[in-house]
Design a protein around this ligand. Sequence first.
Ligand SMILES: [Zn+2]
Length: 241
Amino acid sequence: MNIIFSRSPNFKASKKVRNIEFLIIHYTGMKNFQSAVDRLKDLNSEVSSHYVISRSGRVLELVKPRDIAWHAGVSAWRGVKNINKNSVGIELENKGHDFGYQKFSKAQIRNLIILLKKLKKKFKIKNINIIGHSDVAPSRKIDPGEKFPWKLLSLQDVGIFHNLEEEILKHYRRKKIIGKASNTEIINLAKKIGYTFKNLSNKNFFYFTKAFQRRFRQNLISGYFDQECYLILRNLVKLHS
Ligand SMILES: [Zn+2]
């Protein structure tokens, strides 16, 4: 895989070696690749990412991983706030929910997996810390969205997924959790796989539920934490915390 360096001015140089713990996946949410790259390199936009991958699989490095790129904004994961300083951001070309959300292309995902493996090894990243923008900013962001192949990534040992059968799980869809697990109990489990909550308001719980579903129960994004979600969450905690 060929990585082409194409510098963005939007970064903060890190004086000392920074501690990279998280790999954050995004989509560009723009009509085409060139306009996305232009924006990530435009001084006035004040946004950037370390990498951007086109649908044809072209990989551009816009900011060196040793420097801080501006991709995550207000965010938190595993108790760490504003995680630009601790993360590498990867943008994937996709029109996004506003302009016609697309299935990610094979060439794009193939090269993403190669890049993730490389970064994981180099910075000793844990699988639990390979995540989406919506996981770290659930009230503001929905990228990379419910078409992103988290299961495939997990099978390639980058990122996490549950190991429950879809066929069995679907019987628990839309059902109320037996014994009514409280939101607090669910939140405590979610924290074990990295989700970080500013407060326990119902609104935040709703946004968390949607982010969780976009990631782990992609064919129904309802915002209602049903029995299927609960089984998935408990399985994830068992496997990965
Ligand atoms: Zn994003």
